[in-house]
Design a protein around this ligand. Sequence first.
Ligand SMILES: NC(=O)c1ccc[n+]([C@@H]2O[C@H](COP(=O)([O-])OP(=O)(O)OC[C@H]3O[C@@H](n4cnc5c(N)ncnc54)[C@H](O)[C@@H]3O)[C@@H](O)[C@H]2O)c1
Length: 390
Amino acid sequence: MNKPIGVGVVGCGYWGPNLIRNFRTLPDCQLRVMCDVNEERLAHLKKLYPEVEAETQFERMLARPDLDAVAIATSVRLHYPMARASLLAGKHTFIEKPMATSVAECTELIELARKNGLILMVGHTFLYSPAVRRIKEIVDSGDLGEIRYISARRLNLGLFQKDINVAWDLAPHDISIIQYIIGQQPTAVNCRGMSHVTPGIEDVTTMCLTFPKQQTAIIQSSWLDPRKVREMTIVGSRRMIVYDDVAPLEKIRIFDARVERPPHYDTFGEFHYAYHYGDVYIPYLKQEEPLKVECQHFLDCIRTGAKPLSDGEQGRQLVEILEASSESLRRGGSPVELPFRVNGQPAANGRIAVRLVVKNGSARNGRAKARGRARRAIKPSVRPRARVTP
Ligand SMILES: NC(=O)c1ccc[n+]([C@@H]2O[C@H](COP(=O)([O-])OP(=O)(O)OC[C@H]3O[C@@H](n4cnc5c(N)ncnc54)[C@H](O)[C@@H]3O)[C@@H](O)[C@H]2O)c1
C-alpha cells in the first residue's frame, strides 16, 4: 500500500474549504494542515475537521517535513510569492486560478518546478467536469463540423474583488474551457469593460479572442447581474452545443441545427440560405464533482510524475490572455496581439499587471507595487494572538 501524500491547504476563505473537504476524503491523501491568517475562519474549520491541524503562519506550515504538497487558495496577488516559497521548500504545488498576476511570475514558477522536479498544477476546475470532458470528446470526434465561434456568459451579483477586475476573476473559467476545446492560443485579444461600483475595477467586461482559421470566442463576465448565469454556446458548421452549467442534470444539449449558403450562386440573382433544424440530443453525463477529480489528478501526478492536464504552461497561457485583456481595456478595447509585447519586450517584463486599488479608491497599474504588497502580505499583518492547536 502507498504511503499517503501529506497535503496542506493555505487560504480558508470562500474557496479553500472546498479543497479541504475534497483532499480530506481522498484515499491516498492525508490532509495534515489548513492555514489562514484569519483565526475566526480557522476556528470554524477546526470545528468541522478537528483531526486537521490549524496554522496561522504559512512559513511554519512550509517547514513541516510531513507535507509533500501544498494547495494555495489565497487571493491572486499572493499566488506567486506563496507558490515560489512552496516550491523552494520542495513541495509539489497546486495554485488556484489564475496562476499569478503576470506571465513573468508564471514563467519563473514553471522553471522552479522543473528544476526541482516538482509537480506544478493550476486549478482550472472546469477541465475536470464531466460536461466539459464530454464537449471536448464531441468536438474532437468531428460531430460538430468546423468550430466557427464560441460564446460564453458568466454572470452573477458579486463577489466583488478588491485587487482584480471581473475578467481576472470569472473569465479564467471560460478561457480555460475554450483553450481546451480549441486546443490553441488565440492570436489576438480585445476587451472592453466598465467600472460601475469600485473606481478602476471593471465589474462588467466583454472579451473577444481571435484564433487562427477565423475562429472567435466572446466571453462576457459580470458581477452585476441578479441571476447566476453560466452558459456557453459552441457553434460548429454542422451542429451546435449549448452548455448550461447551472442546469442540475441536462447540462449539455446538442442541436442538429445549421445554416448553409449555396456554393454556387449568381451575384445578381437571388439565392436562399438553407436552414436546417433537426433533433436536440441530451447526452448522459456522469455525476462527479469536478473539484474532487481535480484534487485526485494532482495526487496522481505527484505519484506517477505525469504532466497535469492544467499544468503551469496552461496557467501561463491563460495569464497571457488576461494580461493582454488588461492592456486592451487600457487602450479602449483595441486588439492586442499575442504573444503580447510591450515596446518590443515580452509583457513578461511586467508593465501590465492586475489593477490594484490604492486607499483613495483610484486604480494603479504596476507589478513592482503588486509584488511589494504581496511580499509584505505573505506575513500576517497582525501577529496571531495564539496559535490554534488541535
Ligand atoms: N476553481 C474555482 O472554481 C474557484 C472558485 C472561487 C475562487 N477560486 C480561487 O480561489 C482563490 C481564493 O479565492 P477566495 O474567493 O476563496 O478568496 P477569499 O478572500 O475568500 O479567501 C482567501 C483567504 O486567504 C487568507 N489569507 C490571506 N493572506 C494569507 C496569508 N498570508 N496566509 C494565510 N492565509 C492568508 C484570507 O484570510 C482568506 O481567508 C482565488 O485565487 C480564486 O480565484 C477558484
